[in-house]
Design a protein. Structure first.
Length: 144
């Protein structure tokens, strides 16, 4: 049974293990101080937020998200990171995390939840195609 809830201070090591797995999947490495900084931000739960999926008490998935203003209406919620442990995939953790973020967004007056994924992330996209609308927008960025 998958249970969704907040991270606790005791979850630090497992959270970092999963977040490192997420970053490895996207072929990036973060410095140790970034993990320290983000962990503190998630625990304070003020500007960026985190939830975890537990199966039998073990964290099997994490998500990070934030609320931000929109120029065309009410605030929106950006689901920035979503990762489930390889051994837990296909058991509902990802779906449950998306549903929990969606519920959080509703409770906080957001008009939508959105996220990005890589075109080649076929496993995740199978789930995303079931729970959300794929938009025609193309993502651009400038690294600073």
């Amino acid at each position: 049974m998958i249970a969704i809830g907040p991270l606790t201070p005791a979850d630090r090591d497992r959270w970092q293990e999963l977040f490192e797995g997420y970053n490895t999947f996207y072929e990036r490495t973060l410095p140790a101080e970034t993990y320290d900084e983000k962990w503190e931000a998630f625990l304070s739960d003020e500007t960026i937020h985190a939830l975890c999926a537990r199966d039998g008490g073990t964290i099997v998935g994490i998500t990070h998200f934030l609320r931000h203003p929109s120029t065309s209406g009410p605030d929106v919620c950006y689901l920035q990171d979503l990762f489930t442990a390889p051994e837990a995939r296909g058991r509902g953790a990802g779906r449950a995390l998306i549903e929990a973020v969606t519920e959080w967004a509703k409770q906080h007056g957001c008009c939508r939840v959105y996220w990005h994924t890589s075109e080649w992330n076929e496993t995740a996209r199978r789930l995303y195609d079931q729970v959300a609308e794929k938009t025609p927008f193309v993502h651009y960025r400038i690294a600073l």
